[in-house]
Design a protein around this ligand. Structure first.
Ligand SMILES: *Cc1c(COP(=O)(O)O)cnc(C)c1O
Length: 397
C-alpha cells in the first residue's frame, strides 16, 4: 500500500502537528508506541482476538438486492459496520487504542465525544480493560444525547459536561487536550476520528483500515472483481478512510466521500468542510476547515450529530487536492429519505450519518449499468436516531 503519511505526519501539505511544546513530548511517546507495536506479532494477535470474538468481525458485505432492483442500475453492496458490538465502526478504533494504552502502562483514558458514539465505544473498551474513563462532552450535547450519557455512565465512565464556547464537540476537544497537557504522565487521550495532530490520523486509519481490507477480500469472493465505486460518509473521516485507504492504489475504483449539506449548502447551515472550506489549522493539524473571515472555525450544522465538525481528517484533504477521491454532499432531507428507504426496502435502519452515504449511492446507482458495483460503508445502525427522526417526521405531517 502507498506510504502515507511521511515521517512527520504529513499527507502532502496536510496533517502535521501544530501544538504547544509540552504536548509534543506526549505525542512523541504515543507515536513511538504506535510505531513499535503496529507490526508487533503479539499486538496484532491480541487485536485480532478482540476484533473477532468481541467486536464480531469480519462484518458482512451484504448485497442489497431489493434496493438495487428498486434503483434499477448498479449493484449496491453494504459493508455492515452497523453489526459491530456497540453498533458502529467506532469500536474498531477504541479497541486498537486501548491495547496501545495498556502497553504504555496508562491507567486513565480521556476522550471527547459529540453525539456520544465515540464516548460509548471508549467507555466500552475501558470497561473491558479496567481503565479509568473520563469523557468530555459539550453541555449542549449532553442534553441532546442524554441516553448516551447514561450508557457511558452505566459502562463505568465519568462524563464531564463542557461549558465553554458553543458547548459542543469542538469545545470538548479543547478541554480534553488541556487535560492531556496537565496529566500526560498517567493519561492516554483516545481520539475518536482520523483527525488531530500526528500520529492520530495515521493511527486511526490503521485501526479502521480493517473495513477496507475485509471489503476487498469479500467483493473479490462475491463478484470476482473490484467495485466501480466505494462510498462513505465523512464527518472527521474515520469510517471513510478505513474503507478508502486499502483501495488507494486500485485506480479503477472510484472513491466518493459524502459530506452533510444540512439544510442546503447555500443556507450556511451545513458541515461540508471539503466542499466549501479552505486549508487552515484546527485542533493541532492542517486540513480543510470551515472558517469565517477572522479564520475562526465556523458554527456547523447537520441533522446527524456525528457529522457535525468544522474540520476533516488531513488525508481526505490530500485525497481531494490530488484528485484521488471526489467529495460530494447530501442534504438532511435526502438523508432522511434514504433512512426511510433502506429501512423499508431492506429491513436495515441505518445511522443518520450512514444514511448520507446511502442517499448518494441511490442517486449514483440509477446512472450506472447493472454490471457495475457500488459499495457503501454502512458505518452504524440507526437505533440511536429513531426518536429524533420520529420527532421530525411527526412535525412535517
Ligand atoms: C461518528 C460516526 C460517523 C462520523 O465519523 P467519521 O470519523 O467521519 O467516520 C459516521 N457514522 C457513524 C455511525 C458514527 O457513529
Amino acid at each position: 500500500m502507498y506510504k502515507l503519511p511521511d515521517e512527520n505526519g504529513y499527507f502532502g501539505e496536510f496533517g502535521g502537528r501544530f501544538v504547544p511544546k509540552n504536548l509534543e513530548t506526549v505525542l512523541d511517546e504515543v507515536k513511538a508506541a504506535f510505531e513499535k507495536y503496529k507490526d508487533d506479532p503479539d499486538f496484532i494477535r491480541e487485536l485480532e482476538y478482540y476484533n473477532k470474538y468481541y467486536v464480531g468481525r469480519p462484518s458482512p458485505l451484504y448485497f442489497a438486492e431489493k434496493l438495487t432492483q428498486k434503483m434499477g442500475g448498479a449493484k449496491i453492496y453494504l459493508k455492515r459496520e452497523d453489526l459491530n458490538h456497540t453498533g458502529s465502526h467506532k469500536i474498531n478504533n477504541t479497541i486498537g487504542q486501548v491495547l496501545l494504552a495498556k502497553r504504555l502502562g496508562k491507567k486513565r483514558i480521556i476522550a471527547e465525544t459529540g453525539a456520544g458514539q465515540h464516548g460509548v465505544a471508549t467507555a466500552t473498551a475501558c470497561a473491558l480493560f479496567d481503565m479509568e474513563c473520563i469523557i468530555y462532552m459539550g453541555e449542549e450535547d449532553t442534553r441532546r444525547q442524554a441516553l448516551n450519557v447514561f450508557r457511558m455512565e452505566l459502562l463505568g465512565a465519568k462524563v464531564i459536561p463542557v461549558t465553554s464556547g458553543t458547548r459542543t464537540l469542538k469545545d470538548a476537544v479543547d478541554v480534553a487536550l488541556q487535560d492531556l497537557i496537565e496529566n500526560y504522565e498517567t493519561t492516554y487521550y483516545m481520539l475518536g476520528s482520523a483527525v488531530g495532530p500526528d500520529p492520530y490520523p495515521a493511527m486511526v486509519k490503521k485501526f479502521q483500515s480493517i473495513i477496507g481490507f475485509e471489503t476487498k477480500q469479500q467483493v473479490l469472493e462475491l463478484e470476482d472483481r473490484l467495485p466501480d465505486y466505494i462510498v462513505a460518509c465523512v464527518g472527521g473521516g474515520s469510517n471513510a478512510i478505513g474503507l478508502f485507504a486499502p483501495f488507494y492504489d486500485d485506480k479503477d475504483v472510484n472513491i466518493i466521500g459524502v459530506e452533510p449539506a444540512g439544510k442546503g449548502l447555500e443556507t450556511g447551515m451545513h458541515a461540508a468542510t471539503l466542499s466549501l472550506g479552505k486549508p487552515g489549522v484546527l485542533h493541532g493539524f492542517r486540513s480543510y476547515v470551515l472558517m469565517d473571515e477572522q479564520e475562526e472555525p465556523m458554527p456547523v450544522y447537520s441533522i446527524s450529530a456525528g457529522l457535525d465538525y468544522p474540520g476533516v481528517g488531513p488525508e481526505h484533504s490530500f485525497y481531494k487536492e490530488s484528485g484521488r477521491a471526489e467529495y460530494v454532499s447530501v442534504t438532511d432531507r435526502e438523508a432522511l429519505d434514504a433512512f426511510s428507504e433502506l429501512s423499508r426496502t431492506e429491513g436495515i435502519i441505518p445511522a443518520l450519518e450512514s444514511a448520507h452515504a446511502v442517499a448518494y449511492a441511490m442517486k449514483l446507482a440509477k446512472e450506472l449499468s447493472s454490471e457495475q458495483v457500488i459499495i457503501v460503508n454502512l458505518s452504524g445502525r440507526g437505533d440511536k436516531d429513531v426518536s429524533q427522526v420520529a420527532e421530525i417526521l411527526n412535525k412535517n405531517k
